[in-house]
Design a protein. Structure first.
Length: 90
């Protein structure tokens, strides 16, 4: 790397570190949110609360839907449903 290039890249080093830190934190949060153990505990607590009469069937269904949503990743935005099915609109 020549000194001229280094002169322009050096001020960006802290920014690159902050971006990398953000990526690491995001990955950690994604892994933690999709971990099945806390989701299982949440479902067990909801079942216990329903058995005790603390929540309704509708509330239990909402908790279950939320838990399933945490385990199953959402489809990428901007992706056509036709992609991957073999029909190309023709």
């Amino acid at each position: 790397m020549n000194p001229f290039t280094l002169l322009f890249r050096l001020p960006l080093v802290p920014l690159r570190g902050v971006v990398r830190l953000g990526e690491v934190l995001h990955d950690h949060a994604e892994r933690k949110s999709h971990d099945p153990a806390p989701v299982r505990r949440q479902l067990e607590q909801a079942e216990q609360a329903r058995a005790a009469g603390e929540i309704s069937d509708e509330d239990l269904a909402g908790v279950q839907a939320q838990a399933i949503g945490r385990l199953i990743p959402a489809p990428a935005s901007g992706v056509s449903p036709a992609i991957g099915r073999g029909d190309h609109g023709a």
